[in-house]
Ligand binder design. Structure first.
Ligand SMILES: NC(=O)c1ccc[n+]([C@@H]2O[C@H](COP(=O)([O-])OP(=O)(O)OC[C@H]3O[C@@H](n4cnc5c(N)ncnc54)[C@H](OP(=O)(O)O)[C@@H]3O)[C@@H](O)[C@H]2O)c1
Length: 277
């Protein structure tokens, strides 16, 4: 595994496992299977309603908690009670600390929530704090008027939405880039059939998903693909025995459409709707 060093010195794996839309036993089994396949970073969220199942999957795997890098997020509806919500996440995940705690969306009173995270961090209950779905102006504003610079901004990033402008601001402020929907939410998406992706898959004896994920990790972007299929879970983690050359990286960079696929919900109501599954 390769790691990113966050701006507070904490080491974060470059590949993790996503759990959006996973519930019940499917979630527990997928998390246990991911850990068995070697994943050490797991991404969940209060809003996914599956922290308990994620905790159960960790328990089933039998892994030592200290080997894991757990990521969860506070939903914007809980920002007024962020500290209490985070402590509930600890219980759900059956842990007494979280590695990375994110504010899920820049809605509602995220300043208040950020200061609660700063306090939990100062108390040693969280190893790193960060944000998700923050546009550069929101990120810069948060940094300017608070004590702690977020370690991570988790934003939709994939072949068609590469986020070079956002990334340049994040680099300036030493905020690490974590990609959600790194596979564009699955192979119903045409990125799996892009001729350039297929040609590279053939050349390196890899799958299109592995090319798409390798492209991002080679740019220093952490990825958290989700899958319920053991074969996909394994292949999405098996990314570090080949490298794309500069010309190949450039070719894939040229396929950027600069548009989020999932869409950019403009209102809290639309975000809430997208979380109903
Ligand atoms: N911060 C936020 O607002 C936010 C928003 C969305 C997501 N996230 C996080 O980011 C994670 C990843 O994003 P995502 O779950 O939306 O989408 P994703 O990881 O881009 O795509 C998941 C889809 O890809 C398919 N897939 C996975 N591996 C594959 C492979 N090797 N070959 C073919 N198909 C494959 C999966 O189907 P199978 O199950 O059949 O493999 C699933 O349908 C989430 O799970 C969540 O943890 C965060």
């Amino acid at each position: 595994m390769e790691y990113l060093t966050l701006n507070n010195g904490v080491q974060m794996p470059l590949v993790g496992f996503g759990t959006f839309m996973l519930g019940g036993e499917t979630c527990t089994n997928a998390v246990a299977s991911a850990i068995e396949s070697g994943y050490r970073m797991i991404d969940t969220a209060e809003a996914y309603g599956n922290e308990k199942e994620v905790g159960e999957g960790i328990k089933v795997s039998g892994i030592d908690r200290k080997e894991l890098f757990l990521v969860t997020k506070v939903n914007f509806k809980s920002y007024e009670n962020a500290e209490r919500t985070v402590l509930q996440s600890f219980k759900n995940l059956k842990t007494d600390y979280i590695d990375l705690l994110l504010l899920h969306w820049p809605f509602a009173n995220y300043y208040s929530a950020w200061r609660s995270l700063e306090k939990l961090y100062a108390d040693g209950k969280i190893r790193a704090i960060g944000v998700s779905n923050f546009e550069p102006d929101q990120l810069l504003d948060l940094i300017a008027y608070n004590k702690i610079v977020p370690t991570v901004n988790q934003i939709e990033t994939n072949l068609y939405c590469q986020r070079s402008i956002e990334r340049s601001w994040m680099d300036k402020k030493q905020v690490a880039h974590m990609a959600y929907a790194p596979l564009g939410q699955g192979n119903r998406n045409e990125m799996f059939g892009e001729p350039a992706v297929l040609a590279l898959a053939k050349k390196y004896g890899k799958t299109p998903a592995q090319i798409l994920l390798r492209f991002l990790t080679q740019k220093g972007i952490a990825v958290i693909p989700r899958s319920t299929q053991p074969q996909h879970i394994k292949e999405n983690f098996d990314l570090f025995d080949f490298s794309l050359n500069d010309e190949e990286m450039e070719k894939l960079s040229g396929l950027d459409r600069r548009e989020p696929l999932i869409g950019k919900p403009e209102t809290p109501e639309l975000v809430e709707f997208s979380l109903t599954w």
